[in-house]
Design a protein around this ligand. Structure first.
Ligand SMILES: *Cc1c(COP(=O)(O)O)cnc(C)c1O
Length: 407
């Protein structure tokens, strides 16, 4: 909805073709965790493209793919004690979700999948069936079946014990709820309103899945790749999902790429059973490898930097929330925002921010949540400047609302 034509970008700044400058606190909805056009990713990409190497290889072997897989194993999987197989589905988030759902159904021989209220998993039919948003669901034009929605963490404001209903129906052969193949969950609901699950809730969910032999899929398409403070968003909870979906920032440069990770024993795919033309995009492997080496080789240092930025962001969000009665800070790490009681407030603030040179989006079923996703690599100065612009936009929007009420 931004009335501008964006022409160039660098780090956390975007420029329109008529020369206006915007601070980007949107980051391609999480596809640009390392900012725009990072030099340390651009150079290897340009070298690769000029070298005469392979661009498109589908599922053939290439040195760029080998390097990515080795780097992903050495920098991400092994240090975290994870022994996943890595699958390349099609290059988008919804593609990795489809692969995960299909695999879970094939492994278990069951059809039903449980997902959560306000979940967002993508726009193709399988992913849409496990998505909450009614407007997006209606776009399907056909029945969205084989899934049920269960309450996300704190859906009943703490009034109901976690998983009370689920534990009961799974234990009751008369409940009429078919044993599901899988439960799919986002640790922070990026599109659904920045609800962040507690670590203890995620652990209870993981235990429940194990107890009933249900596969646990974590959709880390948006919350992964460092957004919440660690490479995988579930590290804080100490759980090991059976299947993990990654996309958005895995290429690091905004190039399309996705991974589906799963426990070795779950690899029951026949050759070519789940294929796709654009699974082997070598330019994306090159930037992904460069991003893992540049940012995640020194994991502690980068996690520390994200934590410092996240504190700064959350302090700013607390100031924003303090302007309006009933407003609350939501989210985790650098995937955070403010939910307002009046559903029109967040969109007003986003529009006022745009007028002042700051790109922020909204989230939630009624766009009632102001959503901030600065790059993980943003400088403290740029982050402070963006938060100052945001406060001006908030003051202007709150003032505007009062005037409307008076007139
Ligand atoms: C964005 C997103 C998707 C879908 O990714 P696309 O690349 O838009 O298909 C799936 N799950 C989550 C959690 C997302 O944020």
């Amino acid at each position: 909805g931004w009335p501008a034509v964006f022409d160039r970008a660098s780090g956390s700044t975007m420029y329109t073709e008529d020369g206006r400058e915007y601070l980007d606190f949107f980051s391609g909805a999480g596809a640009l965790n390392y900012g725009h056009n990072h030099q340390d990713l651009l150079e290897p990409l340009l070298d690769y493209l000029r070298s005469g190497s392979i661009t498109h290889s589908m599922d053939m072997h290439t040195p760029a793919k080998r390097k990515f897989l080795e780097t992903f194993r050495d920098v991400i999987l092994e240090p975290r004690g994870l022994d996943y197989k890595v699958m390349f589905p099609g290059p988008t988030g919804t593609n990795t979700v489809e692969a995960a759902l299909k695999l879970a159904r094939k492994v278990t021989g069951r059809q039903h999948v449980l997902s959560f209220t306000n979940a967002f998993h993508g726009m193709t039919l399988g992913a849409l069936a496990v998505t909450g948003n009614s407007m997006k669901r209606q776009g399907a034009g056909v029945a969205l079946t084989n899934s049920s929605k269960i309450p996300y963490d704190d859906y009943f404001d703490g009034e109901t014990t976690d998983f009370h209903w689920l534990e009961r129906v799974l234990a009751d052969s008369g409940s009429g709820v078919d044993l599901p193949a899988a439960v799919i969950v986002e640790t922070v609901q990026g599109e659904g309103g920045l609800n962040a699950a507690r670590a203890s809730w995620l652990r209870a969910l993981s235990d429940l899945c194990k107890k009933h032999d249900i596969l646990l899929i974590v959709d880390d398409v948006q919350a992964g790749c460092g957004r919440t403070g660690t490479f995988f968003s579930f590290e804080e909870a100490g759980i090991v999902p059976d299947i993990v979906c990654l996309s958005k920032s895995i290429s690091g440069y905004g190039l399309p790429m996705a991974l589906t990770l799963f426990r070795r024993e779950l690899d029951v795919w026949g050759p070519g059973e789940h294929n796709g033309t654009f699974r082997g995009s070598n330019p994306a492997f090159v930037t992904a490898t460069a991003a893992l080496k540049r940012f995640w080789s020194d994991r502690e240092n980068f996690e520390q930097q994200i934590a410092v930025r996240a504190n700064q962001l959350h302090e700013g969000l607390a100031r924003v929330a303090a302007t309006t009665e009933g407003a609350v800070v939501r989210g985790r790490g650098l995937l955070a925002g403010v939910a307002f009681p009046d559903p029109s407030t967040a969109e007003k603030i986003a529009a006022a921010s745009f007028e002042r040179g700051l790109l922020v989006e909204t989230s939630g079923p009624e766009s009632e949540v102001l959503k901030l996703m600065p790059a993980l690599t943003i400088s403290t100065e740029d982050l402070a400047r963006g938060l100052d612009i945001l406060m001006e936009a908030v003051d202007a929007s709150v003032g505007e609302r009062e005037l409307t009420a008076v007139s």
